[in-house]
Every structure is written in structure tokens, then in C-alpha cells.
Design a protein around this ligand. Structure first.
Ligand code: URA
Length: 421
């Protein structure tokens, strides 16, 4: 077997065999296949796609490249394909756990203009996100939930291939994304998986057709491995909630756990929580909505969040946000038609909330807090956002240009497009 023949097959759109995919992935992992040949193959995949059979085989090989976690009890997992202002995990995990469903959540750091849960959690002083697999299991067993960074040596093949895709323009391939996400989800041992698939300008999937194709592919991969996968297609054209930036998002998550969150974030966590619990406890989702809403209002979910934070060494009383707060004013009166999630994410990153280069230190205290959302009425000169900054400043105009304001009344954006099972 040789790599040039495999590249040639992919160029000619001939299906690769399981053995060829194994040869390829293992060869890349052990260094016998160099970056330039792997890049060439990835580009051929991006352009010519992969069959379902090839995608399942790729998932299986990447899954087999490292450790697999298993639990002695049922756990549910949730994954987001990434967005701006996406603090869903911080609210959802304690909410679900407060209603008796166990969750072991492994999260990542920010990527590009999108934020990452681990960076957000590290804005809580003392919060420990690195733990061993045994520590993770123990926490889930004792308090019903844990949120950690990547634990153990899960899917090293995906890690190496993903890093190459990131710098060779080959991220945006549906089979490559599906196998990358699913190999990690399968390795982390959950029985049931709910995927929040973001769609829109600020997301990996920019249109609904591609999002549906990705959703269906992940469901099929799950089925091939005996796991139930449900995908929820959600809007990522405007940021989720108001806050964008690590500590600012943690504060917003705590407010949401206190029953005072933004409407869109609340709607999302309530639906995702009901889905996760329904999968775990085999109860129709509709029946669970009321219980979930109650747990968010009566303080139970907030108590569970505090329990997780305390268990992992953090203290929510000491969260710090930047003191330099610059208001951004509406350039004209009208209605907010759109708020570019992509641009707001990029501006927050420039302020220091995200990394511009691998390994950059981030500033947990900075970010942007919107005070208006799509559909809101504004008057000229009214504050539409606030910039929280430290060392790096950005012009207010850059933020106000993320808002499109029109004369005509605008409806609120639809948040949940569809659920695909
Ligand atoms: N997230 C992943 O884990 N992998 C991808 O390929 C894209 C997003």
C-alpha cells in the first residue's frame, strides 16, 4: 500500500477501503506519512468528499488511536460546534445534573473567533480544568457532573489531523468535521450525545443545507457505534446572549442560573436540557420542559453550579472583569436588523479575549457586552454595546459597525431552527 495510490484514488473519486484509511491515519500519526502528502489527501477529500462508509471507517480509526473512557453508569454528553457568546455549557451542565442526569463534559479552548468553555471557566479564580480520567469519574459519581479540559490521550490522530487542517484550509469538509467530532464524543464514553449545531455567519456551518448534511452524518456515525445522537440546529448569526468574553460570559451564565438570563440563552438551555434528560431518563422531552424551567428559577441549577465550582477548587465571588468600560452608541435611530457574530467575535479576540497565535495568553477580563439584540428598537446616541478593555483598545466605530440598523420594524431572530434525530 502506498500514499500516492491512495491520493490518486481519492482524486478519481474511488472509495477508499478501511485498510487504506487505517494505513493513512496510522502512518500520519507515526510520522511515516509527511504533512505535505496528508495535506494533499485532505484537500482531495475537501473537494471530492467521502462516502458514509469511508467516514465511519475514518471515525473508527481515529477513535482507536488513543484512550477510550468508559463509565459504570449512564452519562449524557453535549457538544457545541462553536460560536460567539456561547456560554451554554456553563448553564446546561449544572441544570441537567440538578435534575439527576449525569454529565461528564470535556470542553475545549477558544478556536479562531469562537470562544471555548475551558477559557471561560479559567476566569473563575482557582478553578481546575485539568484532571485525570479517574478524577473526572469520581466527580461525576459524587456530584453528578464535571467539566474538564481534554482528559487522557483521546483521539491523538484527530488532534494531529485537525491541527494540519487548521493551517491548510481543509477544515470545512463535512465528512472530516463529522468524523473529528464523533471520534472524540465516542472516546469520551457517553451513551447519549446531544449536539448543538450552530448555523450562520459566526459558525462553522454557514447555511442550513450543510448543517443538515452534517447533522445526518453524525447521527449515522453514532448509530454505527450504537450511540444515540440528536442534533439541534441553532442560530449563530448574532452572538448568543449579550456577553462575549470569558469572565463576562461566566457572569451572564450565573445570572441565567439565577433565572435572570437573556431570553435566547434561556430558551436554548431549557430545550437542550430537556432533550438530554429525555434521552437519559426515557421521558418525552415536552413533559420535562416545566421541570427544567423550575430548576432554573428555584436556584437548584445554581446550587449545582456552585457545587461543581467548589469541587474543582474555584470561587465565583472573586471573578474579575475589566474596569475600563467604553459605551458604544447607536449611529442612528431604528431597529436592529443584524449583529455580526463573526465581527463581534473577532473584535473580542483583538481585545485579548481570544488568541491570535497558538499559545497566546488571553485576558479573561475583557470583551464586549451588547445591550441590544436583533429586533430591538434603538434611538440615535443610545448605548448599544459596551467594550470592556485593558491594554488593547478598539475603536467604538468598529463595534457599532457590527450592528445593522434599519427604519423598518424587525422580528426577533429564530433561535432553534430544527431538531434532527
Ligand atoms: N470541531 C471539531 O472537533 N472538529 C472539527 O473538524 C470541527 C469542529
Amino acid at each position: 500500500m502506498n500514499i500516492l495510490d491512495i491520493i490518486d484514488k481519492k482524486v478519481k473519486k474511488i472509495e477508499l477501503t478501511q485498510a487504506e484509511i487505517e494505513f493513512l491515519v496510522n502512518g500520519y500519526l507515526d510520522g511515516s506519512i509527511p504533512d505535505y502528502q496528508m495535506s494533499s489527501l485532505l484537500m482531495a477529500i475537501l473537494l471530492n468528499g467521502m462516502t458514509e462508509k469511508e467516514t465511519v471507517a475514518l471515525t473508527e480509526v481515529m477513535l482507536g488511536s488513543g484512550d477510550k473512557i468508559s463509565f459504570d453508569f449512564n452519562v449524557v454528553d453535549k457538544h457545541s460546534t462553536g460560536g460567539v457568546g456561547d456560554k451554554t455549557t456553563l448553564v446546561l451542565i449544572p441544570l441537567v445534573a440538578s435534575l439527576g442526569t449525569k454529565v461528564a463534559k470535556m470542553s475545549g479552548r477558544g478556536l479562531g473567533h469562537t470562544g471555548g468553555t475551558i477559557d471561560k471557566l479559567e476566569s473563575i479564580p482557582g478553578f481546575k480544568t485539568e484532571m485525570t480520567v479517574d478524577e473526572l469519574k469520581q466527580e461525576v459519581l459524587e456530584i453528578g457532573a464535571a467539566i474538564a479540559g481534554q482528559t487522557g490521550n483521546l483521539c491523538p490522530a484527530d488532534k494531529k489531523i485537525y491541527a494540519l487542517r487548521d493551517v491548510t484550509g481543509t477544515v470545512a469538509s463535512i465528512p472530516l468535521i463529522a468524523s473529528s467530532i464523533m471520534s472524540k464524543k465516542l472516546a469520551s464514553g457517553a451513551n447519549n450525545i446531544v449536539i448543538d449545531l450552530k448555523v450562520g455567519e459566526g459558525a462553522l456551518m454557514t447555511n442550513i443545507e450543510d448543517a443538515r448534511a452534517l447533522a445526518n452524518l453524525m447521527i449515522k456515525i453514532g448509530k454505527a457505534f450504537g450511540k444515540k445522537v440528536i442534533t439541534v440546529l441553532t442560530n449563530m448569526n448574532e452572538p448568543l446572549g449579550y456577553a462575549v468574553g470569558n469572565a463576562l460570559e461566566v457572569e451572564e451564565a450565573i445570572n441565567t442560573l439565577n433565572g435572570q438570563g437573556p431570553k435566547d440563552l434561556e430558551e436554548l438551555v431549557i430545550n437542550l436540557a430537556a432533550l438530554m434528560i429525555s434521552l437519559d431518563q426515557n421521558i418525552p422531552m415536552e413533559i420535562l420542559i416545566e421541570n427544567v424551567e423550575t430548576a432554573l428559577k428555584n436556584g437548584n441549577a445554581l446550587e449545582k453550579f456552585k457545587e461543581i465550582v467548589n469541587y474543582q477548587g474555584g470561587n465565583i465571588d472573586n471573578i474579575v472583569t475589566a474596569q475600563n468600560i467604553i459605551p458604544v452608541k447607536a449611529p442612528k435611530s431604528g431597529y436592529v436588523k443584524s449583529i455580526s457574530a463573526l465581527k463581534i467575535g473577532e473584535l473580542a479576540r483583538r481585545l485579548g479575549a481570544g488568541r491570535l497565535a497558538k499559545g497566546d495568553e488571553i485576558d479573561h477580563t475583557v470583551g464586549i457586552v451588547l445591550t441590544k439584540k436583533v429586533g430591538d428598537e434603538v434611538t440615535e446616541g443610545e448605548v448599544i454595546a459596551k467594550i470592556y478593555s485593558n491594554k488593547t483598545l478598539i475603536p467604538e466605530k468598529d463595534v457599532s459597525e457590527c450592528f445593522e440598523i434599519t427604519d423598518l420594524k424587525v422580528n426577533k431572530s429564530q433561535l432553534i431552527y430544527e431538531i434532527i434525530k
